[in-house]
Every structure is written in C-alpha cells, then in structure tokens.
Design a protein. Structure first.
Length: 357
C-alpha cells in the first residue's frame, strides 16, 4: 500500500528466477513509500513499447486514449495508454472516472516537441507516470527519461529538469520542469482517503481518436471491442468541451471545463482542498460555490489583497486571476504541476469573468 508513513523509503521487491523476492530499501529523504508488488527499476522492463523506445510505439494490448480537456503541465504534451488484464473491462459511470479492474495500468508520457514549426516530430521525453490498480487501490510510479532517450528510470523524490523548445510562433521557450515526488502525486490524486484517478471519465473520453479505425469515437470503440461495460444507449453523460477550442463549446462551458480539469481534483467536496468550500466541478450550479462573490476561507498573502474569488466583470479584482498569474509557490494555483503561468488559460478565465453580469 502506498504512503502509510512518508519518510522517503522505497521497499521494492526484487525478483528473478534464481532468487526469491527480497526487499530492497532505497534511502532518500523525508517520507516512506511502501509497495506490496514489484516496482520495476526501468520503464523498458514493462515492455509497453516496441522498436525505438522513445517513439512510444505501443504493443498490441495497449489502448491509446485522449482527453477532451487535458491538464496544463507547463506546455508539455502527453501520450496516454491503458493496459487492461486479459478479460478485464472498464466500468462506465456518467459523471465520475470509470472503475478499472485489478491489474489495470494507466500510462501517461510527458514530452516536449523540440520545434513546433518543424514537421519531423522530433521530441524530448521527460517522464512517464504509471498508475497501477493493485489490491483495490491505485499505486503511483514515476519514471524519468535519461538524456540519451533510451529508457526511463524509477524516480521517488522528484526532479527538476531544464527544458527548451521552439513554440508554434518560432519563439524559443524554456522551463525548469518539475517531475513530482510520489508524495506530490498522492496530494493531487487523494480523495476520500484513497488514491483515485483524475482523467478517464465518460465526459473526458467522449471524443474521436484518429488512432482508431475511421477516427472512431473512443467510447464507441471501447464498447465495440468489449473493453467497456455498462455504457447505456443512449448515453447520459454530457461531454466536456475542449477548453482551447472555441468551436467545441461556448465561453462558459469551456471556462468551467478548464477549472474542472486543472483545479477540481482538489477543489471539490471530497477533495484535499475541501476546506476552501470551493467546488469547481462543472456539475456545481451555485455560482457562490464556484467562486462568484465568494470570500476566501483563509485570506492572507494568497488573496493579493483582493476580497473575492471572482468579481463579476472585473477579472483584475478577482483572486482567481491573481493566483493563476503568479508563479510564487505560496500563491500560485494550481500549486503543483506547473512552474509557469498558462497564458491561454488565464485569458480564457479572464474573458469568462469579464462577461459575467
């Protein structure tokens, strides 16, 4: 079980054909991560990919997936896969993330295209995160790619990596990218006293995927391939729009989608930030609950001297904008997962607030 006492010790079970399993203790710094299953040291040992590893060519049992509204991670791009055990199925839910069978693995690869104006697709792999369903809970593992881009190695304590790339406008960009520690993984995925998933819900997965025959809708593909059980016909969920695409929804729906994926894993009734009394799920219908005219429970430096989370028509007087624009660790929101401000996201939320009456 992950994280009973956080003292940064990893108990890893080392196994091979000639020797029985025995614990290996890797001493680090501050907290303890305890596993009751083998935690492989190298990503290649899972045999998820074929050929040149950093190209991420999946083996046949990996199921690619995309989200309508992905989490912002310092402009890193992501490649996602699901592994289901033989005969295992995801279980549909209209509003929450799907249930997954024992032994399921979710794989999320983080990378930066070296030059977004270059059509060759050259990229730098940064990290690969795994969530493994074991003993009724989710276990988190993070692997950091080496400089040669030949493999990724288990990382417990987190790591900062300098990354440079050229954006779509031909402008050079850089960030001191933070790979999270396992404790930080827990802080975002912790809900109701257990590790939970954030992304793979019907509302997020209801989209076409060019990796499937004919660009098929992901949910339809999963159902037809026997990978998803319990999906009704017609479905009852409402898909999230792509917050970056105005054609996918109106201003309100896109702004609410942005706040849900970037903030609501903490700011929801059963989330780690429940004491803030903010509920940023799209399903929340009370404007005060999602910040309009709401005073912060604890003000201080994080408010920037502003009185309300959202002041209708006045983004520059709203605490939301102050915290989204800040890169100071004790002010910025989200407080994890980014080092730089998401300018496009800030402009979206500003426009939403500006148009409030």
């Amino acid at each position: 079980m992950v994280g009973v006492v956080w003292t940064l010790l990893l108990f890893q079970m080392a196994c091979n054909e000639k020797e029985s399993a025995k614990p290996i203790i890797l001493k680090e710094e501050e907290f303890e991560v305890e596993y009751d299953y083998p935690a492989l040291r190298k990503l290649s040992e899972y045999a998820f990919f074929t050929g040149t590893m950093h190209q991420l060519n999946p083996v046949s049992n990996l199921i690619p997936y995309e989200l309508n509204s992905p989490l912002f991670s310092d402009y890193a791009e992501k490649s996602r896969f699901i592994v289901l055990p033989e005969g295992g199925k995801m279980i549909y839910h209209p509003t929450e993330v799907f249930d997954f069978p024992e032994g399921a693995i979710l794989i999320k690869n983080f990378y930066y295209p070296l030059n977004l104006t270059d059509t060759t697709g050259a990229k730098r792999m940064i990290e690969t995160r795994l969530l493994i369903r074991k003993s009724g809970t989710w276990e988190a593992l993070t692997y950091v790619w080496n400089d040669d881009q030949t493999d990724a190695f288990l990382e417990i304590a987190g790591k900062n990596i300098d990354v440079r790339w050229v954006d779509a406008n031909g402008k050079s960009q850089k960030v001191n990218y933070s790979v999270p520690s396992l404790n930080q993984c827990k802080s975002c995925h912790w809900r109701n006293e257990e590790m939970t998933l954030i992304g793979p819900s019907a509302r997020q997965l209801d989209k076409s995927n060019e990796l499937y025959p004919g660009g098929q809708n992901q949910l339809i593909y999963y159902r037809n391939e026997g990978l998803l059980a319990g999906i009704p016909n017609p479905t009852t969920h409402i898909p999230l729009p792509d917050y970056s695409n105005p054609a996918s929804g109106n201003l309100i729906s896109r702004a609410r989608a942005y706040l849900e994926i970037n903030c609501a894993h903490c700011h929801r009734p059963e989330g780690p930030a429940k004491n803030s009394a903010l509920n940023l799920l799209v399903s929340e219908t009370n404007p005060v609950a999602y910040g309009v005219g709401k005073t912060p429970v604890a003000a201080g430096k994080g408010s920037g001297g502003r009185k309300y989370d959202i002041v209708p028509g006045k983004p520059d007087e709203s605490i939301f904008i102050y915290r989204m624009e800040s890169n100071e660790p004790d002010i910025m929101m989200p407080e994890l997962g980014r080092k730089i401000a998401h300018q496009e996201g800030i402009e979206l939320i500003k426009e939403w607030i500006r148009n409030m009456k």
